[in-house]
Design a binder for this molecule. Structure first.
Ligand code: ADP
Length: 485
């Protein structure tokens, strides 16, 4: 164990978000052609609360036959209804979904927290409002496609197969479904196996919205269900967010098929603190970038670069702030760091922590108490990390931060860009010119200046290199779902 700088005792009375207003059924079926249907295999799998290890519900396991039914329903809805509807009419449906989600925001936030382990603060203040905003934003574009792409003839693609991960379950569903519908496509979506619940709630909302049957179909299952979507011959577009390993499999599978693809994959994003940065804000930005979300963000600021002159003070303040973090029940509004999404993910994170120690880096872990049940990992930093070390190169997807120092701007650009990934980066400096110089030279799809992890439906998001291609969000997100002539 690493040595502690000082024991700090932060006591708060629990402030639990109520669960009395939510309904989680014992079993969830597949949402195909506007109806909830049983999986043809009759198989179900459990979804658990990673903070308590308690089973929340059982979820239908879709096989190739179910995926085929979903794609057929989506094709029929595309040919007979959705592609014939005016943009204005499509927009009305998308607005209606957004409003219904907003009405049920508290329920969605609590279910997201139960199923994913993320803090209620995050699901209530970030995930759910942003998910609603994506529907609102793209509803506005549905009848304005000719302005998004002036002087071009805009056509939809057809049926989109969409596969999403477990880190922002409802938000990722919104990122994928809203632009696809606005541009006139129909959808078959698969949530991640550990976080299907809010997608099934969204299915209920979509049914209640009166959206024509088959326009959105939601099939639950594991990787093989995802593969059945990718490989289905009547899919026109694959939109995937997940690991780089699966992204590569998908890219191979669709090569030569004419299917369009957007892949939003892993990251190992650099968070750069210059010596003239506002230090306290930067320390809060580091915490926000990697610890508030258990490191479960593909763009997490997982590699910290601090200019030598301020390294000692930044690390000292960072350790002190880490010791004040509250880790525990994600439903408690005081909790800063929630549960790791699954046992598998916790095992992966612990494997990397061991590698870091074995590679000779020095570890420090927050002194907060860890709950006994469930899957938790204390915020962890490593100093004395070599550029080539595994923990600085590979995506960990957990609350583990590597810290390196640098002397010059050129050195940090070179170090930050020395990664197979290129999803995001953060720059902290008081000088605009320094910020612009760095942001223009970092190979990252998104660069934040004096902030981190800020999202808006109007701004595009996506990566370079092994972080994938294509953009989601904003007008760029629309272009992924249209053919331009
Ligand atoms: P993570 O490592 O973050 O769990 P994955 O890439 O394994 O990410 O999973 C992201 C999504 O991709 C999940 O919905 C998962 O079920 C799905 N998936 C996994 N393997 C495949 C595959 N071979 N083809 C299509 N989808 C897959």
């Amino acid at each position: 164990m690493a040595k502690k700088i000082k024991e700090i005792n932060w006591d708060y009375a629990p402030s639990l978000e109520s669960t009395s207003h939510i309904e989680v059924k014992e079993k969830y079926e597949l949402f195909i052609d506007g109806k909830f249907v049983k999986p043809s295999s009759g198989n179900y799998f459990n979804t658990v609360n990673p903070a308590t290890n308690e089973v929340l519900s059982s979820i239908a396991y879709a096989n190739e036959k179910d995926v085929d039914n979903a794609v057929k329903a989506a094709r029929k809805a595309y040919n007979e209804v959705w592609s014939k509807l005016s943009g204005k009419e499509r927009g009305k449906y998308i607005y209606r979904i957004a409003r219904l989600m907003q009405e049920r925001a508290r329920e969605l936030a609590v279910i997201e927290t139960l199923d994913a382990g993320k803090t209620i603060r995050e699901s209530r203040d970030i995930d759910i409002p942003l998910a609603c905003n994506h529907f609102f934003y793209y509803a506005g574009w549905a009848d304005k496609l000719e302005y998004a792409f002036p002087n071009r003839k805009v056509e939809s693609l057809g049926v989109a197969g969409q596969i999403i991960p477990w880190n922002f379950p409802l938000l990722m569903a919104a990122w994928k479904i809203a632009p696809a519908l606005a541009a006139g496509n129909t959808v078959v979506l698969k949530p991640a196996e550990t976080t299907s619940l809010t997608a099934m709630k969204l299915a209920e909302i979509i049914r209640d919205s009166g959206l024509p049957a088959g326009v959105v179909n939601i099939v639950t299952g594991y990787g093989d269900t995802g593969a059945a979507i990718v490989n289905h011959e009547d899919i026109n577009k694959v939109a995937f967010t997940g690991s780089t390993a699966v992204g590569k499999i998908i890219q191979k599978a669709i090569a030569g098929t004419g299917k369009k693809a957007t892949l939003e994959l892993g990251g190992k994003s650099a968070n750069i603190i210059m010596d003239d940065a506002p230090i306290d804000q930067a320390v809060e930005g580091i915490i926000n970038g990697i610890f508030f979300n258990q490191g479960h963000v593909c763009c997490a600021g997982s590699r910290l670069f601090v200019q030598e002159g301020v390294a000692d003070v930044v690390i000292k303040k960072l350790k002190r702030r880490m010791d004040s973090l509250i880790i525990g029940n994600p439903l408690d509004k005081n909790t800063d760091v929630g549960a790791i999404n699954s046992k598998e993910q916790l095992d992966t994170i612990n494997k990397y922590i061991k590698i870091g120690i074995n590679e000779g880096a020095e570890m420090y872990q927050a002194s907060c108490e860890i709950p006994k049940n469930g899957y938790f990992c204390p915020p962890t930093i490593f100093t004395g990390v070599a550029q080539s070390s595994t923990i600085a190169q590979e995506e960990i997807f957990g609350p583990v931060l590597t810290i390196q120092t640098f002397r010059t701007v050129d050195e940090v650009i070179q170090k930050a860009n020395n990664s197979p990934f290129g999803l995001a980066a953060g720059v902290w400096s008081d000088k605009g010119s320094r910020v612009f110089n760095l942001t223009s030279k970092l190979n990252a799809g998104v660069v934040w200046a004096n902030t981190y992890n800020k999202f808006d439906p109007a701004s595009p998001f996506g990566g370079f290199k092994e972080s994938g291609y294509g953009r989601e969000g904003g007008m760029h997100g629309l272009s992924a779902y249209v053919k331009l002539k």
